[in-house]
Design a protein around this ligand. Structure first.
Ligand SMILES: *[C@@H]1O[C@H](CO)[C@@H](O)[C@H](O)[C@H]1NC(C)=O
Ligand SMILES: *[C@@H]1O[C@H](CO)[C@@H](O)[C@H](O)[C@H]1NC(C)=O
Ligand SMILES: *[C@@H]1O[C@H](CO)[C@@H](O)[C@H](O)[C@H]1NC(C)=O
Ligand SMILES: *[C@@H]1O[C@H](CO)[C@@H](O)[C@H](O)[C@H]1NC(C)=O
Ligand SMILES: *[C@@H]1O[C@H](CO)[C@@H](O)[C@H](O)[C@H]1NC(C)=O
Ligand SMILES: *[C@@H]1O[C@H](CO)[C@@H](O)[C@H](O)[C@H]1NC(C)=O
Ligand SMILES: *[C@@H]1O[C@H](CO)[C@@H](O)[C@H](O)[C@H]1NC(C)=O
Ligand SMILES: *[C@@H]1O[C@H](CO)[C@@H](O)[C@H](O)[C@H]1NC(C)=O
Length: 650
């Protein structure tokens, strides 16, 4: 019995190895993978029932029965990146199971020139003809008889026109990609007969205008990177299924005229030439369409000067609003319920001078991006009115931070205060605030308790040269603050006690004027510390030892360290687990070397030698002094003796 089993096993392994031996391809059950093997055709020993054949990246020129080893039971044929310029007409007719056919990156334009029809693609559901140099009309030879085709890619060809009958032989199409062609014209009704079409990618073409958009079943339409000046739907009350519309990187001057009866959720009009939110030049023709389901609106990189609050009446489900990189100078939401679902507002890189959120308006706002606005004045409690705010980007403005004591003493605001708002803003008691970016604001002072009663995890105060941080400025953050960034602040000594910040893990103090390390105690849990480009000469070794217990990464380059006064640190860098990514620029100064010495090359002996020398010199000098003193003493004794002698003589 055992011998029989052994024999059987041997036989099986023999058959398997036979397969592997005969063909260079990898065979996994009924799937054969022959990619990138310099083949001109499939191996003749292909298994009979082969279902998947991957012949991609080879040198197939002619696609015939012979090149496919006369097999016909394929489900999946991958022939991309060959040099196919001829297909035997009717080749696929006898492949009743062929569902996926990838012919991308070949020379099928040559085949199309011969004006042969590829013949019926009876069962093919997915056809990839991208990158074949096909131009207008050539796709007809492949699509004329493709009744099962669902997904078609004609990306990266040279098609200039979609004719009315282009898809008349492939009426099951659901998804068509025509990205990266040179389409200038779409004939009336070209897509009309495709009742199942839900996704159409026309991005990166040369379409200038769509005036009668009427593809009711479409769910995704991508018109990004064309030259569109106008997008208008036909005036109809019919229901449109459109969910995603990408009109980014075009030349739209007016807001698109969208279908009235829509469920649009995503609209991208970024990088166009919109100057207002209106749908036409004249106020009377400015049709407002309700976008009741719109969640995402990107109108960044346009030329908008304002966005009236009323625009948002038409889109009350909005969750993400990007209006950055425009010329907006005022943004105000005063009506409750208007943008009550908005989570993200990106207003960065405008020229905002005023920003108003009335109480209880922006209840869901979590992320607010306001960088690069040159903002100088804000309602001092503007952020306290945002109950969900977590993430605030305020870099590149001109804000001042109010001292928190001021708040308690501040009388109730009068109307006059609103006309002359105080030129500072409060961050304390913005309860859910976790990430705050205040770099590059010309901040000069950071008052005590500036961030009390917040949940700050990250605080970026970099690039505020001359910033004077009060001793208690970070108090209240003991248990929350993890990241603290203080780069390029011209700080010569830190008077804020960082050791009480128990959760602090990442500290960036690079490019300052520090001459000594900030104090840290046993409780510190710093994991990464950046001290690059400061004025550090001697490092407190006890502080380094304290840090070493938690430290994982240390940046220390470009400091005038002394080699011999930091031997403890040198040892730590050379032997501990702390990673010093900029180690090549960590150098120190040594009397005997004119150039700074890399920290990796410093040895104990270098400093001992020096001290031994000093020792010898000291001994020699002492000896000399002793000898001189002795000599003097002896001399005096002698003369005294002589005197004595003399007196004796006398
Ligand atoms: C490819 O087919 C063409 C036309 O049938 C023929 O002239 C040519 O010799 C074939 N080339 C190869 C490499 O089989
Ligand atoms: C539209 O096409 C562009 C360019 O190919 C692509 O970057 C973008 O993600 C597409 N948009 C959508 C909504 O798929
Ligand atoms: C659209 O059609 C309606 C009637 O169906 C008409 O009242 C309205 O003026 C039309 N709008 C435009 C812009 O033509
Ligand atoms: C308003 O639209 C109508 C029809 O679309 C057009 O005939 C008329 O000239 C437009 N008016 C203006 C002021 O643009
Ligand atoms: C606009 O902002 C949103 C959210 O912040 C972001 O996802 C999107 O990429 C931005 N648009 C551009 C064009 O950068
Ligand atoms: C805000 O929008 C700009 C494009 O206008 C984008 O570059 C930036 O990444 C967005 N900010 C965030 C945080 O999404
Ligand atoms: C923090 O909150 C407490 C309790 O609500 C309050 O007494 C205290 O004044 C607040 N501190 C600051 C600086 O706002
Ligand atoms: C940085 O500090 C130095 C010396 O403390 C001072 O001379 C210089 O003006 C400061 N630079 C700035 C930009 O504050």
């Amino acid at each position: 019995m055992a011998t029989f089993q052994l024999l059987f096993l041997l036989l099986v392994s023999c058959v398997v190895s036979l397969h592997h031996h005969l063909s260079p391809c990898q065979i996994v059950q009924m799937d054969v993978f022959c990619s990138d093997l310099d083949l001109r055709s499939a191996p003749v020993d292909l298994p009979h029932g082969v279902q998947t054949l991957d012949l991609s990246c080879n040198h197939v020129l002619n696609l015939t029965e012979e090149t496919l080893a006369y097999r016909t039971r394929f489900h999946h044929l991958n022939l991309h990146s060959n040099k196919i310029h001829f297909i035997q007409p009717g080749l696929f007719k006898d492949m009743p199971d062929l569902k996926v056919l990838d012919l991308s990156k070949n020379h099928l334009n040559v085949f199309a020139l011969s004006k042969f029809n590829v013949g019926p693609l009876t069962a093919v559901e997915s056809l990839d003809l991208s990158s074949n140099g096909l131009y207008t009309g050539m796709s007809d030879y492949f699509l004329a008889d493709s009744p099962s085709l669902v997904t078609l890619s004609l990306n990266s060809n040279s098609i200039t026109k979609i004719a009315q009958n282009t898809f008349s032989g492939s009426l099951s199409l659901k998804k068509i990609s025509l990205h990266n062609n040179v389409i200038l014209e779409i004939e009336d009704g070209a897509f009309d007969s495709l009742n199942l079409l839900t996704e159409l990618d026309l991005s990166k073409n040369s379409i200038t205008c769509i005036k009668d958009f009427n593809l009711y079943n479409l769910k995704v339409l991508n018109l990004s990177k064309n030259s569109m000046e106008i997008f208008q739907s036909i005036n109809s009350t019919r229901f449109y299924n459109l969910l995603y519309l990408d009109l980014s990187e075009n030349k739209l001057l007016y807001f698109p005229l969208l279908p009235r009866n829509n469920v649009l959720e995503y609209l991208d009009i970024s990088r166009n030439q919109l100057q207002s939110i209106s749908t036409s030049e004249s106020p009377e023709n400015n049709t407002k369409v309700y976008l009741k389901h719109l969640k995402y609106l990107d109108i960044s990189y346009n030329q908008l000067k304002s966005i009236p609050e009323s625009s948002f009446c038409f889109m009350r489900s909005l969750e993400v609003l990007n209006v950055s990189n425009n010329c907006i100078n005022s943004f105000s939401i005063t009506t409750q319920g208007l943008l009550s679902k908005v989570r993200i507002i990106n207003l960065s890189y405008n020229s905002l001078q005023s920003l108003t959120f009335e109480k209880n308006t922006m209840l869901s706002l979590e992320n607010l991006f306001l960088q690069g606005n040159g903002l100088t004045t804000l309602d001092h409690n503007v952020f306290q009115g945002l109950p969900s705010i977590k993430y605030l980007q305020l870099q590149q403005n001109n804000l001042k931070i109010c001292a928190s004591e001021q708040k308690q003493c501040m009388p109730e605001l009068t109307d006059q205060d609103y006309q002359h708002p105080p030129s500072c803003v409060f961050f304390s008691s913005v309860r859910n605030l976790q990430f705050l970016y205040l770099s590059d604001n010309n901040l000069l002072t950071l008052p005590a308790n500036a961030f009390a009663n917040t949940s700050l995890k990250l605080l970026d105060l970099s690039w505020n040269p001359g910033l004077d941080m009060e001793k208690d400025s970070l108090s209240g953050l003991e248990h929350s603050l993890v990241d603290l960034l203080l780069r390029e602040n011209n700080i010569s000594s830190l008077n804020t006690d960082l050791s009480s910040l128990r959760s602090l893990k990442h500290v960036d103090l690079s490019t300052n004027l520090l001459t000594s390390l900030p104090m840290w105690n046993k409780e510190s849990s710093i994991e990464s510390l950046n001290l690059q480009n400061n004025n550090l000469v001697t490092l407190e070794y006890s502080t380094m030892l304290t840090l070493e217990r938690s430290l994982k990464t240390l940046y220390m380059g470009s400091n005038p360290l002394s080699c011999c006064k930091n031997l403890g640190f040198v040892h730590m860098v050379q032997h501990s687990a702390v990673d010093v990514p900029d180690i090549d620029s960590v150098t120190c100064l040594h009397d005997e070397f004119s150039e700074p010495v890399n920290i990796k090359k410093v040895t104990q002996e270098m400093c001992h030698k020096q001290s031994t020398q000093n020792y010898i010199i000291a001994v020699v000098v002492t000896l000399l002094i002793v000898m001189i003193v002795l000599a003097l003493f002896v001399k005096r004794c002698h003369s005294k003796k002589r005197k004595h002698n003399r007196s004796f003589r006398a």
